[in-house]
Design a protein around this ligand. Structure first.
Ligand code: NAD
Length: 495
């Protein structure tokens, strides 16, 4: 790859280091591609080892500079200004996210970008009001001692992000990290670097000191991701992405014993009991399966329905899926964009093929939709539903991360719980029932980080968020984010 300026109509995406936009010091660039059309949309500057080192050094220096010395109230006010800045440039963020991901503009407007701003406000407001613990103790020699705990920022945080909800998931980590007084070096996904880059301008406009927020672009192995997570100037690594990548990053983190916070993959179940209100359940499960073209870690790929309701549930899911409209961000009525890339489509289509080989009945979908000529090179797939697979089928066990689900019947509550939990993952579960006692009983048996009852993706940002088993390490959200982004210190004063 050689250095070149962006051709007309394409954005040039630079690294953001110490408050300035910087070209790749090695002159390396790569192309950003529209998932909707396959056309090149950006020239992205890849950060080499030296660029990553410059970003980490800038972040280290900022800890000791004005940011580190800033009164808490002032720091939090600046984070509100960052949120204001996102709101002010709302349309630019929407445009950038639509371009990078191909998702419907309405989704960007109502979900991704508002959450980007909210992630700064919530943690700025929350952290300044969190109390600390204090214990008075009797000492062995008479007299007493007061113990109290204080929190310090952990230091430089590496933030490694996926492509499915770029601004939303990146700020979900940057918001609390900065609110707790840390500095960050962000490695956005190579597929979706635009909004992280744009946020640099907002940081400068808000008056965030240079070096507090840095962005390095590139890939994972032997590129910016690996250089950043291996860097010994990084004090903690927060990562959202695939479970396998988490294993690699954990090995990098072992050197220097740096703590990690991981939000990883899922193969999430939904349990629909015979007393469920289907008028509510169907739209929720349709969203949980197809929103963002099924590329949501919290989404549902395995649905278990109590046998008396099974046929009706499948028929109504099919009817609702027929109403899904696949298309580009601005087409009226579109509910589903493309997958993120042709490469990811290969993976999803390989599961569509495998499902048939494993014996599935295809209820709907299973292929590639007919698209107009100008969209022919986009990463389109049909929303897909299967039935009839054995529980052990790979399609029922592996995360596909596409707009598809398998629906199976169950006969007893015990069986439903067993099927739901029989997976390596443990991110979310959904339970639909009108029986309150069962709701509590079943929810408490789900081996997951988040269980929704009679709802999906109802998010209160003050609550713990994360996964059990192979779906993550640690929890973020609310005060739980403080656990990762700060170091607790106990002070014991004898008097
Ligand atoms: P991915 O693991 O391929 O990539 C994520 C990030 O890690 C990218 O920025 C990538 O460049 C970087 N990376 C890859 N290899 C690396 C390495 N060796 N060292 C350092 N960095 C490396 O994930 P993805 O395909 O971008 O995202 C989809 C996955 O993310 C799915 O598995 C999904 O379930 C998961 N996800 C989880 C959550 C959650 O909250 N639990 C949220 C969103 C997505």
């Amino acid at each position: 790859m050689t250095e070149h300026a962006a051709p007309a109509g394409r954005r040039e995406v630079l690294n953001f280091i110490n408050g300035r936009y910087e070209r790749s010091s090695e002159g390396k660039t790569f192309a950003g591609v529209s998932p909707a059309t396959g056309a090149p949309i950006a020239v992205i500057h890849e950060a080499g080892r030296a660029d990553v080192d410059a970003a980490v050094q800038a972040a280290r220096a900022a800890l000791k500079g004005p940011w580190g010395k800033m009164p808490v109230a002032e720091r939090m006010a600046l984070l509100h200004k960052v949120a204001d800045g996102i709101q002010k440039r709302f349309d630019e963020f929407v445009e950038a996210e639509c371009l990078d991901t191909g998702k419907p503009r309405e989704t960007c407007r109502h979900v991704d970008i508002p959450r980007g701003a909210a992630n700064f406000r919530i943690f700025a407001d929350l952290f300044k009001n969190v109390p600390t613990e204090a214990f008075v103790m009797d000492t062995p020699t008479g007299g007493q001692a007061l113990n109290y705990a204080t929190r310090s920022p952990r230091g430089v945080i590496a933030v490694v992000c996926p492509w499915n909800l770029p601004l939303m998931l990146m700020t979900w980590k940057v918001g609390p990290a900065l609110a707790a007084g840390n500095t960050v070096v962000v490695k956005p996904s190579e597929e979706t670097p635009l909004t992280a880059s744009l946020l640099g301008e907002v940081m400068n406009e808000a008056g965030i000191p240079p070096g507090v927020y840095n962005v390095v672009n590139g890939f994972g192995p032997d590129s910016a991701g690996a250089f950043l997570t291996e860097h010994q100037g990084v004090n903690g690594i927060t990562f959202t992405g695939e479970t396998r990548t988490g294993e690699v990053i954990m090995r990098a983190a072992a050197k220097g014993l740096r703590p990690v916070s991981f939000e990883l993959g899922g193969k999430n179940p939904a349990l629909i009991f015979a007393d469920a209100n289907l008028d509510e359940a169907i739209p929720d499960i349709i969203r949980a399966t197809f929103i963002n073209c099924g590329q949501v870690c919290l989404g549902t790929e395995r649905i278990y329905v109590e046998r008396p309701l099974f046929d009706e549930f499948v028929a109504r899911m099919k009817a609702a899926t027929e109403k899904q409209k696949v298309g580009p961000p601005d087409e009226p009525g579109v509910t589903m964009g493309p997958l993120i890339s042709l490469e990811h489509r290969e993976k999803v289509l390989s599961y569509y093929k495998l499902a048939v080989e494993e014996g599935a009945t295809v209820v709907i979908g299973g292929g590639v939709p007919q698209m107009p000529a100008e969209l022919a090179n986009g990463a389109w797939v049909e929303p897909t539903i299967w039935t009839g697979l054995p529980h052990e089928a790979r399609v029922n066990r592996e995360e596909i991360f596409g707009p598809c689900c398998h629906i199976a019947p169950f006969d007893t509550e015990e069986e439903a719980v067993r099927l739901a939990n029989d997976t390596a993952y443990g991110l979310t579960a959904v339970v639909y029932t009108r029986d309150l006692a069962r709701a509590h009983r079943v929810a408490n048996q789900m081996e997951v980080g988040i269980c929704w009852v009679n709802s999906w993706f109802l998010r209160d940002l003050r609550t713990p968020f994360g996964g059990a088993k192979h779906s993550g390490i640690g929890r973020e959200g609310g005060i739980h984010s403080l656990e990762f982004y700060t170091e607790l210190r106990n002070i014991c004063i004898r008097y």
